[in-house]
Write a protein that binds this ligand. Structure first.
Ligand code: SAM
Length: 214
């Protein structure tokens, strides 16, 4: 029987803290949420390794460090309404659900969305809503959001997502080419966006009306 709790602590100590992740609430949540339950059992040996892993349908669960840095950049205090584009396994949504008030997460692949919804329900999350659809268009009927996180590579941050962000809100997204991006944090201040550029990264593409074509 693997000691997943020990492996999670090791992940935090060796992958997150040395790379500069500092938010205490976030580190506690990364120690708590069972990443292995979001991936196929055949990959459980690698569940807390420093890498993205396949989750079926040609999609991936992001590397733990990428989940941590994107979440830290969102500066969550506890009562925010968050929109995530790209539910995938639901792991990032679970981390957000632990740290924010309400999470809406959109996935375009039905099979993944259903699996994530069931998994999050079984784990007892009642503040995470999984929606099937093209997240590149956002979720205007539930806007404005205090935070938006895009967990798929996008050529640019879609204007419609910017308009669904509340004043003072933050968007975090991997922006760039299809096979290489840079993590961008954009803060909405008096209707304009102040951008910061963070780490280089490689995400699967955002496929949709305001992303790439299939
Ligand atoms: N956040 C996920 C997790 O914790 O497992 C990892 C996300 S995975 C890197 C990217 C996901 O974005 C894939 O599941 C993919 O199907 C989804 N995706 C791509 N384009 C999308 C779109 N337009 N709307 C919603 N989901 C999209």
């Amino acid at each position: 029987m693997r000691d997943f709790e020990r492996l999670r602590n090791l992940m935090v100590e060796t992958q997150l803290i040395p790379r500069g992740i500092k938010d205490k609430r976030l580190l506690d949540v990364m120690r708590k949420v069972p990443r292995h339950l979001f991936i196929p059992e055949t990959s459980w040996d690698d569940a807390y390794e420093d890498m993205a892993l396949p989750i079926g349908e040609n999609q991936t669960i992001s590397q733990p460090y990428m989940v941590a840095i994107m979440t830290e950049l969102l500066e969550l205090k506890g009562d925010e309404r968050v929109l995530e584009i790209g539910t995938g396994s639901g792991y990032q949504a679970a981390i957000l659900g632990e740290l924010a008030g309400e999470v809406y997460t959109i996935e375009r692949i039905e099979a993944l969305a259903h699996k994530a919804k069931n998994r999050l329900g079984e784990m007892g999350y009642t503040n995470i809503y999984v929606v099937i659809g093209d997240g590149s268009k956002g979720l205007p009927e539930k806007s404005p959001f205090d935070r938006i996180i895009i967990t798929a590579a996008t050529p640019e941050i879609p204007e419609c997502l910017k308009s669904q962000l509340a004043e003072g809100g933050i968007i975090v997204a991997p922006v760039g080419q299809r096979f290489s991006q840079i993590l961008i944090k954009a803060k909405k201040i008096k209707g304009t966006f102040k951008q910061e550029y963070h780490t280089p990264c490689i995400f699967v593409p955002l496929i949709g009306e305001y992303g790439w074509k299939e």
